[in-house]
Design a protein around this ligand. Structure first.
Ligand code: PHE
Length: 450
């Protein structure tokens, strides 16, 4: 059955595709910016704690449910439910994930479009086309729509090829190149004046700040966003993994890669902010807030590249090119959520499903761009800060309470005959049942009443 739906051809293919989904704008545009506006190190600590103590176990819940059911989130939750009530709640959760994934894609495509525009701006600068370069880097509705559409077109094109042809091929090439570029940029930025100040902000925590409800819920959203949780993406990817694979190890690898890249990006973006400040670029308002969170890295990174002279143009091109690809390997995993559901549920062709759904999302993106000041931040907060953790909570409940316990344990044993001796076996089954839901509830309670 699994092979009829497509399956990852290798362990490497799965890790790269899941890491490709996880690593994206969340790591380089989202996490560092949020760290910068939430006291740096305080945010980093809470983010790391939540990533390992909550997001990793929640990721395992999705992967295991997915492989067990061999289906998209809606069908998976329906299949494992014992009675009509749980079935109904499960289906609603899956459909909510489908809607949230689509909404995430609607703002994601906008930001990814900026990445493409900045990549082409470096190319134009290289060719001496300064006017084009200026247009590409200035914030206009026309530019934003054109590049959002271009990005959506690319996503649609890849997704219509299906799992094997599309996702795996793109994911396997990107990660090493992105990692090397990031490391080189971090080494470079740390040699510049002002960088140390940024490093201090990133590494020296202000503990009082670490406990503010606003910071904790932002870090929760950032961790869930970065690991692509709560919308059914990872559940679907789990459903494409063969029974021979050891899921806890694979999930652990994906988490490590994802979190490392986010932390590394922080070592680039926060120092780069203070380097830019040192060079006279306005980053903060008079009250110490960031002037523009959404576009921060599009100010400070080009400023950093400009200190490298001609080389900077090439570095800028490489960086924004790799970021565009990283965004694509994430966006295809978002679009796969509604597409897999529509194909499996309504039996229409993949091509048709992809074009119709992709088209609707592009319309939503356009509406956001038309009302940028009102909608952009709102959609991001509603999806990543609230919806993803709440839906992640539901997946933990289904993995912990609803699915037949025996079936869950059998699933864990697949691909890992010695698991009963390990820590994962002893801890995870009750941890996902009790601790994960409680952490999420506690954070929401603290935000509401704290
Ligand atoms: N994890 C992706 C990123 O960091 C975003 C994402 C969210 C992807 C939800 C899929 C589903 O960019």
């Amino acid at each position: 059955m699994a092979s009829a739906r497509g399956e990852f051809t290798s362990r490497f293919g799965f890790v790269m595709a899941a890491a490709g989904s996880a690593v994206g704008l969340g790591n380089i545009w989202g996490f560092p910016t949020q760290a910068a506006s939430n006291g740096g190190a305080a945010f980093l600590i809470i983010y790391l704690a939540l990533a390992f103590l909550l997001a990793y176990p929640a990721l395992m819940a999705e992967l295991i449910l997915g492989r067990h059911a061999h289906a998209n989130a809606v069908n998976a939750l329906r299949k494992i439910s014992p009675g009509p009530l749980f079935r109904r709640i499960g289906v609603s959760t899956g459909i909510a994930g489908f809607i949230v994934a689509s909404l995430i894609l609607s703002f994601y495509a906008i930001v990814a479009g900026w990445m493409i525009a900045f990549c082409l701006a470096s190319l134009s600068a290289l060719l001496g086309m300064d006017e084009a370069s200026t247009w590409l880097t200035s914030f206009s509705f026309t530019r934003n729509v054109i590049f959002m559409l271009l990005f959506m077109g690319l996503t649609i094109g890849i997704i219509s090829e299906g799992v094997r042809g599309g996702i795996e091929r793109w994911s396997e090439r990107l990660m090493p190149a992105l990692l090397v570029t990031l490391v080189l940029l971090v080494v470079y930025v740390l040699t510049l004046d002002g960088a140390m100040e940024g490093l201090k902000v990133y590494l020296l925590p202000d503990f009082e700040r670490a406990l503010s409800p606003n910071l904790i819920i932002s870090a929760l959203g950032a961790a869930f966003f970065s690991l692509s949780l709560g919308v059914g993406t990872m559940l679907i990817y789990g459903s494409y993994v063969s029974d021979k694979e050891n899921l806890p190890v694979l999930g652990g690898m994906v988490t490590l890669v994802d979190i490392s890249i986010a932390v590394l990006a922080g070592f680039l973006v926060l120092p780069a902010m203070y380097v830019a400040l040192h060079q006279g670029v306005e980053i903060f308002t008079a009250t110490g807030e960031l002037i523009s969170e959404d576009t921060l890295i599009f100010t400070v990174l080009p400023q950093l590249f400009s200190t490298m002279g001609f080389t900077g143009i090439i570095v800028g091109f490489t960086f924004f090119f790799l970021m565009s690809i990283a965004a694509l390997t994430s966006s295809i995993s978002m679009l796969e959520v509604p597409v897999a559901y529509t194909i499996e549920e309504h039996g229409i062709s993949r091509k048709r499903a992809v074009w119709v759904i992709g088209g609707v999302i592009a319309v939503v993106s356009t509406v956001i761009l038309l009302n940028f000041a009102e909608l952009f931040g709102l959609v991001i907060a509603a999806t990543t800060r609230y919806s993803q953790p709440i839906l992640g909570f539901m997946f933990c409940i289904y993995a912990g309470w609803v699915i037949d316990r025996n079936a869950l344990l059998q699933e864990l044993k697949k691909g890992n005959p010695g698991i009963e001796q390990g820590l994962f076996w002893k801890i995870w089954p009750w941890y996902v049942k009790v601790v994960c839901p409680l952490i999420i509830l506690a954070i929401f309670a603290q935000t509401l009443f704290g």
